[in-house]
Design a protein around this ligand. Structure first.
Ligand code: HEC
Ligand code: HEC
Ligand code: HEC
Ligand code: HEC
Ligand code: HEC
Length: 241
């Protein structure tokens, strides 16, 4: 016999369980539910450790020596003198290719002093400019920038092949870096010493062929080569010289 429907505001769980027990009397539903709850709690716990706590412990954070604001420097209303018609030409003003085709990387203080030439007279009001002027321009020192995308030494990567020959935009691989006003901390993997930007924000990450890339592991490099019909670059000695 079925119990009457739960119309009197009684605990519906007990009612439901015993009515189900009535249908399958040889199964102890109470303990099935209890085991199920333990399983779910255990699973959630493992996921929290694996997806949140482990990655937090795995990476150490280091702030950049000073802040650098890309969008401010790329805004002609605020900074005059970054040459170039298009956005990518403006990038090349500070990140140029040298005569021999090698990539200049992050600009030296010398490039900045084309504008920030007098440590005594800042161009704006921001404290980070003062830090830059007193700490580096006046001292004639280089800023020890931490390179987010730095690959291990065994990897060979050429910008000219990708940007000039491959015709790829900077943002394809570097995402929105040039749109961030405040630099994120540099995150270093405690086990491998690699930057988090290589192995990705999610350690569980598998390749979704999404652009922009949020990581640059071996499989990501190779997946794009395959996508662009450049499988010939997926031999070990092409990326590892
Ligand atoms: C006024 C000079 C200047 C201009 C113009 C400029 N950059 Fe930069 N860029 C820097 C400096 C300084 C750094 C080092 C600090 C940092 O990480 O942002 C940097 C760092 C970067 C990095 C980080 C590389 C890494 O892995 O750590 C990327 C990516 C980048 N720039 C892309 C661009 C792009 C794309 C443009 C054009 C839209 C551009 N930059 C224009 C000065 C410039
Ligand atoms: C073409 C001229 C020019 C060049 C080249 C240039 N800057 Fe600037 N920069 C400016 C001007 C102008 C401002 C002030 C803008 C404002 O506050 O409106 C500024 C502001 C700054 C600030 C303060 C930004 C903030 O967060 O408010 C820092 C720090 C800075 N520059 C660092 C650098 C560094 C490092 C380089 C070299 C990689 C560099 N600049 C190259 C013109 C330049
Ligand atoms: C196909 C992907 C890709 C594209 C496109 C690309 N980069 Fe990079 N970039 C990388 C990788 C990978 C590294 C790390 C290289 C290494 O460690 O040897 C890097 C490193 C850098 C660095 C740091 C270099 C250093 O060691 O100081 C800067 C700055 C940079 N890129 C800017 C740019 C700019 C500006 C553009 C567009 C003109 C661009 N990148 C286009 C993948 C790319
Ligand atoms: C978004 C697509 C894309 C990504 C990501 C990418 N590549 Fe490439 N790569 C290309 C294309 C396209 C070419 C062919 C360029 C040409 O010669 O026209 C190429 C060519 C190359 C070459 C041969 C050219 C040379 O310099 O000898 C090497 C080596 C290479 N890639 C290494 C890498 C490495 C290492 C990474 C990851 C850190 C990477 N690539 C990520 C698209 C990509
Ligand atoms: C398309 C470029 C590319 C190709 C092709 C490639 N690799 Fe890599 N490899 C990388 C990059 C980028 C890394 C660093 C990021 C990572 O660990 O995924 C790496 C890392 C490694 C490492 C780890 C090195 C360390 O210091 O941790 C080994 C080992 C390695 N590769 C071996 C190989 C072998 C063997 C092949 C051929 C079967 C190969 N690779 C083909 C790009 C490539």
């Amino acid at each position: 016999m079925k119990k009457p429907a739960n119309s009197s505001g009684q605990s519906s769980k007990g009612g439901l369980l015993s009515s189900l027990s009535g249908l399958v009397p040889w199964v102890d539903l109470e303990s099935v539910v209890r085991v199920g709850i333990f399983f779910v709690v255990g699973l959630v716990g493992a996921l929290i450790v694996g997806w949140i706590i482990f990655p937090m412990v795995l990476y150490s954070e280091q702030p950049q020596p000073i802040n650098f604001n890309h969008p401010l420097h790329l805004d002609p209303e605020r900074v005059d003198g970054i040459e170039g018609e298009t956005k990518s030409e403006k990038c090349l003003f500070c990140h140029p290719f040298r005569e021999d085709g090698s990539f200049g990387g992050i600009p030296k203080t010398e490039k900045c002093t084309e504008c920030h030439d007098d440590p005594e007279s800042p161009l704006g009001e921001s404290p980070s400019e003062k830090e830059f002027l007193t700490g580096f321009v006046a001292e004639e020192k280089e800023v020890p920038w931490l390179v987010y995308s730095k690959q291990p030494d065994c990897v060979y990567f050429s910008h000219i092949a990708h940007v000039k020959m491959g015709g790829l935009e900077c943002s394809t691989c570097h995402g929105k870096h040039s749109e961030t006003e405040k630099l994120p901390p540099y995150e270093k993997n405690r086990l491998t010493g690699y930057s988090r930007d290589i192995w990705g924000k999610r350690i569980s990450a598998i390749y979704f062929s999404q652009e922009p890339y949020d990581r640059m592991k071996m499989d990501d490099c190779a997946a794009c080569h395959t996508k662009k019909g450049r499988e010939e670059n997926n031999a070990c000695f092409v990326c590892h010289k």
